[in-house]
Design a protein around this ligand. Structure first.
Ligand SMILES: Nc1ncnc2c1ncn2[C@@H]1O[C@H](COP(=O)(O)OP(=O)(O)OP(=O)(O)O)[C@@H](O)[C@H]1O
Length: 261
């Protein structure tokens, strides 16, 4: 699979400008988000429940339609894209979910291969006619996430941590220019959570692509992130290195202080 240098060669891989989202008219969840992303590595988005972190990621991969603003990805406006252009853009955005979103009745290797569906004709996708090259790549990816011996098992026979590895392998199988991960560690024990962050960090470095990760655990986020984006009440209130985050920032982001230890 070809490696990407998009983050190095494209000065504005992802430029979010004035992004707004209302689910119901007059009740904005995102209130004007401006973020530029070029660099590989983990970029953690932190913020209280309900502040719009998932909404932001879902706007970026167009699982939902933004209300206003621009999301320029690889020089195209994702907000305006439709039909085949949207399909081409979306396959370059690898998504990792909190609850894995695997097809439970399919095998592990089939789940990884579904990462290629966006590149295939409707006929080949329907018949799951994967090329030998794709099959080889999927097995290599499974090996690199340590799941070779589980390739032929049904996805629903795996543990949560193993499922998340499959979810990450499937996202990387897309050959994405960016990874988005929505609370990828929230359903996992602390040790497995660290392993999943290590995996995201490793793929981000190997593929030279950014990994934008929504995460509740601020400590875990600062351990892995090169950059932290703090959101509160639908706006960005901090954007910088983890070591620049102070208790004052955390109070602004989360409110109160009794939870600070
Ligand atoms: N499909 C939807 N329809 C209506 N409102 C929604 C929808 N999805 C999310 N919301 C609302 O938008 C707000 C932001 O939700 P979102 O899931 O983006 O927050 P979050 O910061 O990711 O929260 P958490 O950390 O708990 O996942 C919440 O008030 C939520 O109820």
């Amino acid at each position: 699979m070809p490696s990407h240098n998009a983050a190095q060669t494209n000065p504005s891989l992802l430029a979010i400008k004035g992004l707004k989202k209302e689910y119901t008219a007059g009740n904005p969840i995102l209130k004007g988000i401006d973020i530029n992303i070029n660099e590989p590595g983990i970029i953690a988005i932190i913020g209280p429940s309900g502040t719009g972190k998932s909404t932001l990621l879902r706007c970026i991969n167009r699982l939902i339609d933004p209300t206003a603003g621009q999301i320029i990805f690889n020089d195209a406006d994702l907000c305006q894209a439709k039909g085949s252009q949207l399909r081409k853009l979306r396959r370059q955005v690898g998504m990792v979910f909190q609850e894995y979103n695997l097809v439970e009745r399919l095998t592990v290797i089939e789940n990884v291969l579904t990462g290629r569906l966006g590149y295939m004709s409707a006929w080949n996708a329907w018949r799951r006619n994967f090329s030998q090259e794709n099959i080889n790549t999927a097995f290599n990816l499974l090996e690199s996430v340590g799941l070779t011996e589980h390739a032929k098992k049904r996805a629903d026979s795996l543990s949560g941590g193993q499922r998340q590895r499959v979810g990450i392998a499937r996202a990387v199988m897309q050959d994405p220019k960016i990874l988005l991960a929505d609370e990828p560690t929230s359903s996992l024990d602390p040790k497995t959570a660290v392993e999943i962050m290590e995996l995201l960090e490793r793929f981000s470095a190997e593929k030279n692509i950014p990994a934008l990760v929504n995460i509740h655990d601020v400590k875990l986020a600062s351990r892995f992130a090169k950059r932290m984006i703090g959101m509160s009440n639908g706006v960005v209130v901090y954007d910088g290195p983890p070591e620049g985050i102070t208790d004052e920032h955390l109070k602004t982001i989360y409110g109160g202080e009794s939870w600070l230890v």
